[in-house]
Design a protein around this ligand. Structure first.
Ligand code: CMP
Length: 239
């Protein structure tokens, strides 16, 4: 690579890093120094980037695309813990605590990932307290979500959890329309099942019941979720 093209590449990476909340608050000069330690790579959809129990060797930042964080049960069922989109990072846990990878991470779409090696990440944490605080903040967000999921598993039946999943989607990406929220891209029933710890067939039954009761309605490729879908109420009505 010529020095002109490597400069252009470094500038490109700095532009990407500026969009990443992990590096929020870092001056451009520091981002430029950091960019020299980062490599970028395109991954086709379905590529496994990190495997549970492997040793942790790097932190990854999602520059483009979406990945899923999941575990596999002994009987081959996938449990999706989270999905992460552009601007998110993963792989920090094993780097910080020195334990093996806690979960698998695979690409849900074609993705462009930035990779920062273990030594460089730990050095960056020491040199830039802002990064350390940003990592802690995100880990707190993830812990709160995990606490909420544990609560939902105990408090809601499967129908309640399907309802909760739909409402979370509405909050994250739903368009507000007069009747409620429109989720533009409906996740597959298998995806919902893997997120809430049940089978695809059960998700299908829950969606049919919500449709019959007028809580949801298919709108082309999207899904209209009407006001009034209440996870606790749909759970209670079945107990
Ligand atoms: P690490 O354990 O190194 O490798 C797997 C990564 O998945 C982990 O770091 C985190 O970055 C990410 N991860 C694990 N559990 C969750 C979760 N509940 N929510 C979001 N990301 C997670």
């Amino acid at each position: 690579m010529t020095s002109t093209s490597s400069n252009a590449r470094a500038r490109q990476i700095v532009d990407l890093l500026k969009e990443v909340p992990l590096f929020a608050g870092m001056p451009d000069d520091d981002l430029a120094r950091l960019s020299l330690l980062i490599t970028e790579k395109h991954y086709p959809r379905d590529t496994v980037v990190v495997s549970a129990t492997d040793p942790g060797d790097a932190l990854y930042i999602v520059a483009e695309g979406e990945v899923k964080v999941s575990l596999w049960s002994d009987n081959g069922r996938e449990i999706i813990l989270s999905t992460l989109g552009a601007g998110s990072f993963f792989g920090e846990m094993s780097l910080v605590d020195g334990e093996p990878r806690s979960a698998n991470v695979a690409c849900l779409t074609d993705a462009l990932l930035l990779r920062l090696g273990r030594k460089e990440f730990l050095q960056a944490l020491r040199s830039y307290p802002t990064i350390a605080i940003n990592v802690m903040t995100e880990v707190c967000v993830r812990l709160r979500r995990a606490d909420e999921s544990i609560g939902n598993l105990a408090l809601l039946d499967v129908y309640g959890r399907v309802a909760r999943f739909l409402l979370e989607r509405c909050e994250e990406e739903g368009e507000v329309v007069p009747e409620g929220h429109l989720i533009k891209k409906i996740p597959t029933q298998q995806h919902i099942a893997s997120r809430i710890g049940t089978s695809r067939e059960t998700v299908s039954r829950a969606l049919s019941e919500f449709q019959r009761r007028g809580f949801i309605e298919q709108r082309g490729k999207g899904l209209l979720v009407r006001e009034g879908l209440d996870p606790k109420a749909v759970s209670r009505s079945r107990n």
